[in-house]
Design a protein around this ligand. Structure first.
Ligand SMILES: [Zn+2]
Length: 393
């Protein structure tokens, strides 16, 4: 009885063994996979290529036996995959950043984001949950960001090009970096984008002026501040702060009187006084004047050696003292080349600027000083002329 059982079991085992051999005999690789528990990364590569059939495969590269880098493109968009050559699994790019260097890597990326983009965008893009696509290029790593998470929503393509020179020591795979690669140089104005000049009258006004300067800085924007001569001496630090952050300052007369009701000699001597005070504080010259209330006539124009800057977009922030009103008014009336008038005197103006700058950016506007707008538009502003907007010819 026992002997029969053993024979029967042996027979079954032999048949089973033969079956297994026949099963895998046709596919030696599959047998190896089963025996070593090692997955074949080629299977994953094939699977992904099939999955992305509708796109163009532009890279299929083995990075020093660490991972296979697959890159597809469609409609100018990049789709990348990292397949581990040991496990055959698809991994996140971050798996190939050295574990003890991940914090350093993140800090570097974050700094570059704030260098390139306004704060409201950099804040969103720095969040861990923001979707990113990593593209491995010859000399740099490109990171593309999902822009649907940003408020107000922006419609431009958001990306960072990071030279390997900056991150080489953080990466767990070898890359080459040529000497010519430029590091991220930060934000710069673009001739092809819509541009406006923002102007603030009646300062310097200490805390409120400085808050506006900070908001401008956070939003990669500049402005021109038209300051009153008799207030300048009490606001030296504010004046220097305004200038140090890339803004400019013009004259708004010495004592904010209506020039049309003044004697020409008095207008001229007041203007000289303002210029002198400014020069003593900063060592710089004033080249623009905004007459109080925008009031000007031919005689005043001819008498002062200055460029007159008025506006074509008056927020009437002194009258409304209402953030929503100011923001809506600007967004509904702004156009390329506008000169916007505000006053750095009111909390509601500061609040409006805080909301307005991201909105203008999101709508494709660059915000700058009068000189920057003139330069970008290729316009030479002339002495004795009055400008209400600055547009290219
Ligand atoms: Zn004024």
């Amino acid at each position: 009885m026992k002997e029969v059982n053993i024979k029967l079991i042996s027979a079954i085992l032999v048949i089973l063994g033969i079956s297994i051999l026949i099963w895998f005999g046709n596919d030696k690789d599959a047998l190896v996979v089963v025996l070593s528990k090692k997955k074949d990364f080629n299977l994953k590569v094939e699977e992904l290529i099939k999955q992305n059939e509708d796109k163009e495969l532009v890279r299929n590269e083995n990075f020093k036996d660490k991972f296979i880098y697959l890159e597809f493109q469609k409609d100018n968009e990049c789709f990348s995959y990292f397949i581990d050559t040991v496990t055959g699994e698809e991994k996140d790019f971050f798996a190939y950043v050295k574990e003890d260097k991940r914090e350093e890597f993140n800090t570097k990326i974050q700094n570059l984001l704030y260098l390139k983009y306004p704060k409201f965008i950099a804040d969103s893009l720095s969040l861990e949950e923001t979707q990113k696509t990593y593209q491995i290029l010859q000399d740099e790593l490109f990171i593309y960001y999902d822009n649907s998470v940003i408020e107000p929503q922006v419609f431009e393509k958001l990306y960072l090009g990071v030279s390997y020179k900056e991150i080489q020591n953080c990466l767990d795979f070898a890359v080459s970096s040529s000497e010519e690669t430029l590091e991220e140089s930060g934000y710069s104005y673009d001739k092809n984008k819509k541009s406006v000049a923002l102007t603030f009258d009646d300062g310097p006004n200490g805390e409120k002026t400085n808050k506006i300067v900070k908001l401008l800085e956070q939003n990669k924007a500049h402005a021109t501040f038209f300051m009153v001569g008799n207030k300048m001496e009490y606001g030296k630090e504010t004046i220097l702060n305004v200038l140090n952050k890339g803004n400019e300052i013009g004259s708004h007369s010495y004592s904010h009187k209506n020039m049309k009701r003044m004697k020409i000699e008095d207008i001229m001597s007041d203007e000289e006084k303002t210029k002198e005070i400014f020069n003593n504080i900063t060592g710089r010259e004033i080249i623009y004047t905004r007459p109080p209330y925008g009031n000007i006539n031919q005689k005043i124009k001819e008498s002062l050696n200055t460029i007159f800057i008025n506006w074509n977009l008056d927020t009437e922030d002194w009258l409304h003292r209402d953030k929503e009103y100011i923001v809506n008014y600007v967004m509904e009336n702004v156009s390329d080349g506008s000169i916007i008038l505000m006053h750095d005197l009111y909390d509601t103006t500061v609040e409006a600027v805080e909301e307005l700058l991201p909105k203008l950016y999101a709508e494709g506007y660059q915000v700058m000083s009068i000189s920057e707008l003139a330069q970008l538009k290729g316009k030479t502003l002339e002495m004795h002329e009055v400008y209400r907007s600055i547009k290219a010819d």
